[in-house]
Design a protein around this ligand. Structure first.
Ligand SMILES: [Zn+2]
Length: 335
């Protein structure tokens, strides 16, 4: 695995804070990394572990050469321990007391290759109560040689007693340009990178998930709808509402999002601003639509779609809601 800081995109402030603690030799025994899911907390935790285990760290960086660094890079460092939720008999994954006991037995030995041991507990909110209480005993009596890094995207779901023992390290969400850089690194479909970034809520993992969810066809579908809605008769609109209602909520949300982004792009084109378009790949088609979609219409349509985005979470039938939306859209276009 990657162990240097420079492969991590974003989280500069957090990383500097951690580097400083290491350099000043005031790394706490127990830390809680908290922040949204899928933003890179684990990557940061692993690089911190490599730094703490390195034999010759230099100015807040692990050397990358020593036996400890090599062992970390190959994921075989004997003083590094990683715990994450496992499948339980039920549907949800949890961290069981057996896992905590096994880790406790591991750290009871003296460090083998480095001066200390590092334990990462990922998704720590999934500790069940017995496991959390068992962990509590260990972190209440720090042995001086073990550093615990708990990671969570739901800090309030941890036991108060565990949370209060930890120094909290807060991670912010990623900036759109950071998500774009990550997507490029992961070789996402380049056409969609700005849209994926815009819809990711600052989470790289979410952006990558979205990519898999038929993004392209949903985007295309939204484009076709605003292109052709004027020509649809009522029957066709109702059929369209029925088709769209068969999507799951997340996909429907995306589809509405694409509609909103297309209208937003039309607004940008109307304004003559040089702000980047979400749908840069559709620029020519959008420019051709400006004549028909004049400014007040676009405002109304964008407002309409946004109000339906909010309504999607209510308990109204999706089909009824979509029928209402499509009919209203056609009315506005024909005004
Ligand atoms: Zn090293």
């Amino acid at each position: 695995m990657e162990i240097q800081w420079n492969h991590i995109i974003g989280h500069k402030r957090v990383i500097e804070q951690l580097q400083l603690m290491q350099q000043e030799d005031r790394v706490p025994h127990t830390m809680l990394f908290s922040g949204a899911a899928g933003i890179g907390k684990l990557l940061v935790a692993r690089s911190l572990a490599a730094l703490l285990l390195c034999h010759e760290p230099q100015q807040g960086h692990c050397c990358g050469q020593c036996p400890a660094c090599q062992a970390m890079a190959n994921d075989i460092h004997p003083d590094f321990f990683y715990v994450e939720p496992e499948n339980s008999g039920k549907t949800s994954r949890i961290i069981k007391i057996e896992q905590i006991r096994a880790m406790q037995a591991d750290i009871a030995r003296v460090p083998v290759l480095s001066k200390r041991q590092v334990v990462i507990i990922n998704d720590a909110e999934k500790l069940n109560e017995a496991a959390a209480n068992s962990l509590l005993k260990t972190i209440e009596e720090p042995s001086g040689q073990t550093v615990f890094i708990l990671i969570t995207s739901a800090p309030m779901a941890l036991l108060d007693t565990v949370r209060s023992r930890c120094m909290r390290v807060e991670f912010g969400i990623l900036q759109p340009q950071e998500i774009e850089a990550i997507l490029q690194k992961k070789q996402a479909e380049t056409d969609l990178i700005p849209q994926l970034a815009a819809y990711s809520d600052g989470s790289a993992a979410k952006a990558l998930e979205l990519q898999d969810e038929k993004m392209v066809s949903l985007q295309q579908d939204a484009m076709e709808l605003i292109h052709n809605i004027e020509a649809y008769d009522v029957q066709k609109l109702l059929q369209k509402a029925k088709d769209m209602a068969s999507l799951d909520k997340e996909q429907l949300m995306l589809w509405l999002g694409f509609l909103a982004m297309l209208y937003r792009d039309l607004l940008i084109l109307h304004s003559g601003s040089d702000l980047p378009l979400y749908n840069q790949d559709k620029r020519r088609e959008l420019v051709a639509m400006l004549e028909e979609y004049f400014l007040p219409k676009v405002f109304k349509l964008l407002h309409l779609v946004r109000s339906y985005q909010k309504r999607l979470n209510s308990n109204v039938s999706q089909q009824l809601m979509l029928e209402g939306l499509l009919i209203r859209m056609k009315d506005i276009v024909e005004e």
